[in-house]
Design a protein around this ligand. Structure first.
Ligand code: 13P
Length: 252
């Protein structure tokens, strides 16, 4: 819990394209059995084929689950895509939208990301909207303008639904590299994102949870989570080990 604002910490795992039925069974059981009594909310975003497994392993626990992407469309001739309604059908509460890997490897534009956030909300899912700059953009001094543009594209379409999203700041250069933004660097960007959220709607914007993602680990989580506008984490590599994932959640 962020004591000054009462935003409850959210620790979200992004498994990316990792896992197997056998490995997931161990991981999900480890998370489920260690999740009681934590001060943070927990969720795991799993590959679509494993949604039923996550649902069956986590139902009745305090751990939520979600998808890593959803289609811009509700249904129809979109081979290979997964709709928001399908995610809901498997009990998902969250879905990641606009992860930098989707933006860079699958050409997702700000407009597509905004459309997907709306689609998620229409299906009753909480979108975890990702923003973040590349190393090149940071070195050119464009961090604020890049993340502001990315977030504004979503805020512009949300209307009254602003309070229903989660935002994750994930500097691209810190993802999977072992390089973490220092707590101060991350806080600086989070403060900018908060200004935009509050500027769009003072009450709803101050309640939106802002997660940090990018090599968050048990040994750096406490310092990151202590910052005023860091309300949780979006964890890649360290979410694949129950012990590490829970240790991060315990530092909240
Ligand atoms: P890592 O924690 O592996 O750096 O990944 C961060 C991320 O991309 C989560 O979405």
């Amino acid at each position: 819990m962020n004591q000054t604002t009462m935003r409850r910490t959210l620790i979200a795992g992004n498994w990316k394209m990792n896992g197997s039925v056998a490995a997931n069974a161990v991981l999900l059981e480890g998370i489920r059995s260690g999740a009681g009594g934590l001060a943070a909310d927990l969720t795991v975003c799993v590959p679509s084929p494993y949604l039923a497994q996550a649902q069956s392993a986590l139902s009745g626990s305090v751990v939520a689950w979600g998808g890593q992407d959803l289609s811009l469309h509700a249904s129809g001739a979109y081979t290979g895509e997964v709709s928001g309604a399908m995610l809901r059908d498997f009990g998902c509460q969250f879905v990641i939208v606009g992860h930098s890997e989707r933006r860079s490897l699958h050409g997702e534009t700000d407009a597509i990301v905004a459309g997907k956030a709306l689609q998620a909300l229409a299906c009753g899912l909480t979108p975890i909207v990702c923003v973040g700059e590349t190393l090149e953009e940071r070195e050119a001094g464009h961090t604020d303008s890049v993340v502001s543009r990315q977030l504004k594209a979503v805020l512009d379409v949300l209307g009254q639904q602003l309070g229903k999203i989660v935002v994750a700041y994930e500097p691209v250069w810190a993802i999977g590299t072992g390089k973490t933004a220092t707590p101060e660097m991350a806080q600086q960007v989070h403060a900018q994102l908060r200004r935009l959220l509050v500027g769009a709607d003072a009450v709803a914007g101050s309640g939106v949870r802002l997660l940090y993602g990018g090599s968050m680990k048990p040994d750096n989580a406490r310092d990151l989570l202590a910052m005023a506008d860091i309300d949780g984490g979006l964890i890649g590599g360290a979410s694949l080990k129950a012990e590490d994932f829970l240790a991060i959640a315990r530092s909240a």
